[in-house]
Write a protein that binds this ligand. Structure first.
Ligand SMILES: C[S@@+](CC[C@H](N)C(=O)[O-])C[C@H]1O[C@@H](n2cnc3c(N)ncnc32)[C@H](O)[C@@H]1O
Length: 173
């Protein structure tokens, strides 16, 4: 099984996925470590890259690619991946473009998904940028935590943002 994580940061999620899912032979991990907001200062991004390299030393099935999401996608043939996990820039245009770039690279019968379905893009003053982009591409085909987990498992923070077991979204292709 071959997968791709778009937006890898320190590689924590990638390592967890590889530890849990032994069937994965290769997990391509895409990150350009861009400085695109106050949150991502240059020094912090350099530290993330250092951590990813350190983490991947013990995870040789991880293949780190230092490139932007869109240009990295161009390196792969259509139908290469069993799954793609989108977790890079969470603003609407980026999420939508990431989905459209990676979608053709996934096999029929594969899965595309991502993180932070309930993300609030406060920097750009837009609510639910991830959710809106995902829904605009896939409509009702999206599976997400509110559907996957029982109401009892749901929790929210003071702003009403969903902080349940996770806020992943998935679409079976
Ligand atoms: C939310 S973090 C990823 C967290 C990681 N998936 C985890 O759970 O451990 C988002 C990452 O996406 C990267 N990123 C943002 N925009 C990107 C782009 N256009 N191309 C590649 N990487 C990008 C950032 O550098 C950052 O490390």
């Amino acid at each position: 099984m071959v997968g791709v994580e778009v937006g890898t940061s320190a590689g924590e999620n990638a390592c967890e996925v590889l530890d849990q899912w032994k069937e994965i032979s290769r997990l391509f991990c895409i990150d350009s470590y861009p400085v695109y907001s106050d949150f991502n200062k240059q020094e912090a991004q350099a530290t993330m890259l250092y951590c990813a390299i350190s983490n991947f030393i013990t995870h040789p099935r991880a293949y780190l690619i230092l490139d932007t999401s869109i240009t990295a996608a161009e390196r792969f043939q259509p139908g290469t991946f069993d799954f793609a996990y989108i977790d890079a820039n969470h603003s609407y245009d980026f999420v939508k473009q990431d989905i459209l770039s990676w979608l053709p690279k996934i096999k029929k019968g594969g899965v595309i998904g991502g993180h932070d379905f309930d993300w609030k893009d406060t920097e750009n003053g837009k609510e639910y940028s991830v959710r809106n982009a995902v829904r605009d591409v896939f409509g009702d085909r999206v599976l997400y935590s509110e559907k996957l987990f029982t109401p009892e498992a749901k929790t929210t923070d003071d702003t009403g943002r969903y902080t349940g077991l996770n806020s992943d979204w998935w679409v079976y292709l």
